[in-house]
Design a protein around this ligand. Sequence first.
Ligand code: TRP
Length: 459
Amino acid sequence: MSNPREQWSSKASFILAAAGSAVGLGNIWKFPYIAGENGGAAFLFIYMICIVMIGLPILNIEILLGRATQKNPVGAFKALSGKPFWTYVGALGVLASFTILSFYSVVGGWSIAYTVEALKGFTFETPQVAGEFFDLKNSNPMWVVGYHTLFFLMVLGIILSGVRAGLEKASKYLMPALFAILAILVVQGLMLSGADRGVSFLFDPDWSKINAQTFLLALGHAFFTLSLGMGAMMTYGSYLSEKDDIVNASYLVAFLDTFIAIMAGVAIFTVVFSSGYDPTAGPGLVFHVLPPLLSQLAGGYFFALLFFVLLSIAAVTSAISILEVSVAYLTDELKYSRKKATLTMGALVYFAAIPCALSFNVLSDFTLFGTGFTFFDMADYLASNVLLPLGGFFLAIFAGYVWKVDEVVRNLLIGESQSTYFGNSILKSKSFVAIFSFLVRYISPISIFLVFLYQFGWI
Ligand code: TRP
């Protein structure tokens, strides 16, 4: 006997959970580091276009497919189409969930490690010094693997004990707290001398920096940061009831997510440029740059500790949504108990992550297929730039051509809030349907396709 499917306690808790999934290391760790490597404002600009034109419609579709079928990605496609092909697309999501978690939990481990370091008390004068500390710590495989393990146990613990309700409640306070402390860091960063150079790096585009690579990375990051393309939002949507509004929730989640990434960007690039640091320092960037900024604050010890606690929590709430896809698949389709599903997937992903954790020490010279990528780089690249956009491509095709836009819009209207939000009036208008249809049927699949052609060197 399978248990009745759980549902969110309220629409607000869905929004919190969806925002908790979207806002994570992608915003605070990843966005600044890839923006730094790809021209700052030029990247931000293309990334925002991708969010609005491709991310938002796909976010709506994903949540909707989940709500309409009340199933995990594999089951959802099976229910709506019945063709085996679409089941494989759902399975792609399960594969992506593996790939993402294998590097995500290493970065989650860093966040916990820095919480512990902050507790012990660190003071770094400059990003250079903090950077050396980061490298030194990472050269010890036990350190990285140990904290990866700790992070993983936290994620498993939460999924297992089903404290989701507790976590939902907690995020009500923790998310605003993260927001507040980021705001303090933004102000602090802006007061540094030379901060304006950081601000113009992030907001003043140098168009000559834009190339096909920028599009590839911006598109991939738009998927990653909104948790799209592998069924995480679909799975979360499957715990929604028909009464619940999707469109407004999507706007809110996408807006919050982007805003938080930009705040992190300002905090980081003001420090980078005022201290003459290198914006292309790579995956360690946040850990090199924010500790010195935190150390300078009055009450720095307290703020540093709080910041890394919140970052770890943001990472955990995202990681849960990644693992939940595989867990929902096993419980829905193979009728595993929640416990068995969590432990099975957890163990598999845990071991898959070890090579990523060793990419900064034992395996740092081991690169794959002549790409120059370590396991860590490869997992990150493969997820964001191949698996997620591929998932997004099929979602757009499915919604635009198999399920059809009219049906999508008809479903979107179910549960649509009758309030005076602009979402409601827009949804019913002809121009909304026309634009939505154009984005879903043409813009999303074609741009993703072109990006793929470029990526594989075919154009
Ligand atoms: N969006 C999260 C972040 O920015 C990461 C994440 C959670 C994710 N769930 C996902 C990424 C599903 C891709 C797919 O940190």
